[in-house]
Write a protein that binds this ligand. Structure first.
Ligand code: SF4
Length: 443
């Protein structure tokens, strides 16, 4: 706390781990905290409130959080008025156990209770008692309407559903975030209209499996896409993540016919052999996935496809891995997020037989990345000389004069800035395509 010109200023340090959904939740936390008078700080030493929004998808992420919790103990000893809270997936999963393990934590707030943050902080400010509120992960829908402070003024993440019903055998998400619950279309459209009215150009609809939005009601994902596409003033619509088994022809048609829906689909395949897909419980085969990609590419010829891949899943043989590389060469993704399988306790895969040796996993990952990088570079090479529209984002990390923007297909473009501002749409001729980025000149 600082007194500046006779006014009390309180500061919050928000530490965020994990996926877009977590970052989106953090924006909602920030919004509430600003409303009750907290200002953001990067300095933990002077913060009055420290919040860790946690992720438990990988055990290494959880270990990092425990390390951070330990660090904050010293700050609490120096400043007993410091309020320290844990939110996010680990909070939901561990609940009270976190406070038992680290009594310097003041409160634990589950993923469905984000909207209660301001009230709980106020109560702790007044009484300094412990709070644990994780709610029922299975059924509850986080309350809408909470204030949001967004990371970007140009692009906004809008959660459309929470939880997951799929129980892939390596994944903790359904165990922590509970069953699928969808927000009402009316609520989502209201949020989209409001961010667009505030000047936002691009909206990303977020969920663990957006394709099953609506849970069988009349409110399908295809209809949601069509409605969001029609919001007055919107420039770009994106969505993630898609489960291949639920991506319907109607959704493909909505993307094809939409004016603002970007031609980019993140379609995690995870693996390229049926034996492993079955053990992962992905509920599709290589053949079904291949047929889906064919339908997508026929309907939307300029689509960019990206994916997630896991190597070293239990029982993976040389034959499986070789089939995976062949599948990758056949699919020709624009890019892929590649992961080494790591055990996540509480999931079926953690106790499966034939876990793969670490050294083998690393070798296979290196090979996988080599193959994918070559494909990404070749696809980007084919864009040389093309003129593409980009949404200008701002200066690049290393050079103030070089700015970045993104194509509708979600490729990052670097260009020499002239007069343009973040949020402008400009045409860029691609001159130097690379594996990860495209370099271009304005036309
Ligand atoms: S679809 Fe599978 S990997 Fe994705 S969140 Fe659900 S269980 Fe996890």
């Amino acid at each position: 706390m600082k007194i500046i010109d006779g006014k009390v200023h309180r500061f919050v340090k928000l530490i965020v781990y994990g996926c877009q959904m977590n970052r989106s939740d953090a924006e909602r936390m920030d919004g509430q905290l600003q409303e009750i008078g907290y200002e953001a700080t990067e300095d933990m030493e002077t913060a009055d409130l420290i919040l860790i929004n946690t992720c438990c998808v990988r055990e290494t992420a959880e270990d990092r959080v425990y390390g951070k919790i330990g660090e904050i103990k010293h700050l609490k000893e120096k400043n007993p008025h410091l309020i320290f809270g844990i939110t996010g997936c680990m909070a939901q999963k561990e609940g009270e156990k976190l406070i038992k393990r680290a009594p310097h934590i003041d409160f634990v707030l589950g993923t469905n209770r984000v909207h209660e943050l301001a009230r709980i902080v106020r109560e702790i400010e007044a009484e300094h008692t412990h709070h644990v509120n994780v709610g029922a992960a299975e059924t509850e829908l986080p309350a809408g309407g909470a204030p949001v402070v967004r990371e970007s003024k140009l692009t906004a993440w809008v959660p459309i559903m929470y939880g997951c019903d799929n129980f892939c055998t390596y994944c903790i998400v359904p165990h922590v975030r509970g069953r699928e619950r969808s927000r009402s279309m009316e609520d989502i459209l209201r949020e989209v209209e409001s961010v667009v009215a505030e000047g936002c150009q691009e909206v990303t609809l977020l969920g663990q499996n957006v394709n099953s939005y609506g849970n069988g009601s009349e409110e399908s994902f295809a209809e949601l896409l069509r409605q969001v596409d029609r919001v007055k003033g919107i420039s770009r619509v994106r969505f993630m993540t898609s489960h291949p088994k639920d991506l319907s022809n109607e959704v493909i048609e909505a993307i094809r016919d939409g004016e603002h829906i970007c031609e980019h689909i993140h379609l995690p395949v995870q693996y390229g052999s049926n034996a492993i897909l079955k053990r992962m419980n992905r509920k599709y085969t290589v053949e079904a996935y291949r047929a889906l990609v064919k339908r997508i590419r026929e309907a939307i010829p300029n689509v960019s496809l990206t994916t997630d891949l896991i190597v070293g899943f239990p029982g993976e043989t040389e034959e499986d891995f070789s089939a995976m590389l062949d599948f990758l060469r056949e699919m020709r993704y624009d890019s892929a997020y590649t992961f080494i399988y790591s055990k996540r306790s509480g999931t079926p895969a953690a106790t499966m037989e034939n876990q793969v040796e670490d050294s083998v996993k690393h070798e296979r990952l290196a090979k996988l990345m080599e193959v994918q990088n070559e494909i990404s570079r070749e696809i980007n090479e084919s864009l040389k000389g093309k003129i593409l529209e980009i949404l200008v984002e701002g200066p690049s990390k290393n050079d103030e004069t070089v700015w970045t923007g993104r194509t509708r297909t979600n490729k990052m473009v670097l260009f020499q800035r002239r007069e343009e501002q973040a949020g402008d749409f400009i045409q860029v001729k691609i001159t130097q395509p690379q594996t990860w980025v495209l370099k271009g000149e304005q036309v």
